[in-house]
Design a protein around this ligand. Structure first.
Ligand SMILES: Cc1cc2nc3c(=O)[nH]c(=O)nc-3n(C[C@H](O)[C@H](O)[C@H](O)COP(=O)(O)OP(=O)(O)OC[C@H]3O[C@@H](n4cnc5c(N)ncnc54)[C@H](O)[C@@H]3O)c2cc1C
Length: 379
């Protein structure tokens, strides 16, 4: 049974009220214009959302990943795109918190928690996001300065992050495998900056695009977690924090589909009666409810393990796989339930479908989730 503490229930209420008041009225606009509102990110910081799992000593709310999931679910209920910006910000924050030195934590975390600054995490390259070890961007240590070269693509917060954690190839081991190192790079560093901005069809309301590294010079204090630690750090953050965050966003979309399908089925009158009287419509609602409850159980179970410090890469992958695929199917079913109204742009469910489809590659595709789940099962 899923049971939240009183504090977690109160947090959900606060986030829900915030989302209904501040996000719901502008959700369609964020989607239409594909803009990421800096003022809302600042407000979320002031409410403690941006540094929810960061200890108070660094300016965070001192809570955990379950609370982060509650926040992301409630925000994604109204704007999955905005939730994606916050989710990715958390990846930069988590990497600094878990792998940064004390100086790096003190330098970055207070501003990232308060909403004054935004973070990002950049690993994907044109050579393929699934091929994490195939990264081609390089870092060379020359006269005490690291020189970074290459291009990252499909990076969330590419055009508005103040600091980005990124991985590059800094050498090779004896078997020729890449040695990756993570760096903290500030916006405005010479040679570093956003390039092409993608026009994505889903999860609009968060920017996604290229980050160019043209002979970017950073000091040795920009190395995060030690030289050669990029693989361990990157896979851990993506495997647990990124995928559970995307699952939380999928859960928000699933709940949006469930709530919209119930509302429409009750209000639409056909044959002189509410649509909800038809058995096939009841089946759609039953399916949406079941998918949401299953996704909820799996996602909160996985982040509960994360909070307990247990290995949970397989559980997180199962939650991400189930929830994001279910969100696509629930959005399609909900559109079917609505007849012609479902395909009209005034109806938000078309947006839910586009958002749900866009969650599939984010944090690793469903194919990769199945590879991870199978390898965690066949051990
Ligand atoms: C909305 C969104 C936000 C994103 N934000 C970020 C971000 O902030 N930072 C970041 O670094 N990246 C980000 N990404 C990139 C994301 O991580 C990649 O898109 C994802 O890892 C897939 O990589 P790819 O797009 O290069 O596809 P590819 O890796 O080229 O995959 C192409 C196809 O091959 C399949 N495939 C690949 N390898 C295997 C395999 N071993 N077994 C079976 N099938 C396989 C895939 O499932 C897919 O169907 C984001 C992507 C999206 C869509």
């Amino acid at each position: 049974m899923l049971k939240f503490t009183g504090q977690q229930e109160r947090l959900r209420k606060v986030v829900k009220e915030f989302a209904e008041k501040e996000i719901a009225p502008i959700a369609d606009k964020l989607d239409a214009e594909d803009t990421c509102p800096a003022d809302l990110l600042m407000q979320m910081g002031q409410l403690g959302f941006n540094g929810v799992f960061v200890p108070a000593q660094y300016g965070g709310a001192g809570l955990g990943y379950t609370e982060r999931t509650i926040i992301l679910e409630e925000i994604a209920r109204y704007s999955a795109g905005l939730a994606m910006a916050l989710m990715t910000h958390h990846l930069g924050v988590a990497t600094i918190l878990h792998y940064g030195g004390e100086e790096q934590r003190k330098k970055y975390l207070p501003d990232l928690c308060s909403g004054r600054k935004l973070a990002g995490l950049a690993v994907t390259e044109p050579s393929g996001g699934s091929d994490f070890m195939g990264q081609q961007s390089t870092g060379r240590l020359i006269d005490g300065e690291w020189v970074l070269k290459g291009r990252k693509c499909f990076i969330t917060n590419s055009h508005n992050a103040d600091v980005t954690v990124l991985t590059v190839r800094t050498g090779e081991d004896a078997r020729g495998r890449a040695q990756l190192t993570a760096f903290l790079v500030d916006a405005g560093t010479k040679g570093f900056g956003p390039g092409h901005k993608e026009r994505k069809f889903g999860l609009r309301g968060s920017y996604m695009g290229d980050l160019n590294l043209n002979d970017v010079q950073v000091g040795e204090d920009a190395v995060l977690g030690g030289v050669g630690e990029g693989t361990r750090l990157g896979l851990a953050v993506i495997g647990e924090i990124s995928r559970s965050g995307t699952a939380a966003i999928g859960l928000g979309i699933l709940r949006a589909c469930l709530e919209e399908s119930i509302k429409f089925a009750r209000e639409r009158i056909i044959y002189g009666k509410p649509l909800a009287r038809l058995t096939n419509i009841q089946f759609i609602i039953a399916h949406n409810r079941t998918d949401y409850e299953a996704g909820r159980l799996m996602t909160y179970h996985a982040v509960g393990m994360q909070d307990a410090g247990l290995p949970c890469v397989t559980e997180v992958a199962m939650a991400k796989f189930l929830v994001c695929e279910a969100a696509v199917n629930a959005a399609k079913r909900t559109i079917d339930l609505m007849g012609g109204y479902g395909v009209v742009n005034d109806c938000p469910v078309g947006r839910y479908l586009r958002d749900a489809v866009a969650t599939i590659p984010a944090s690793g595709t469903s194919h990769i989730m199945q590879v991870v789940i199978a390898s965690g099962t066949l051990v």
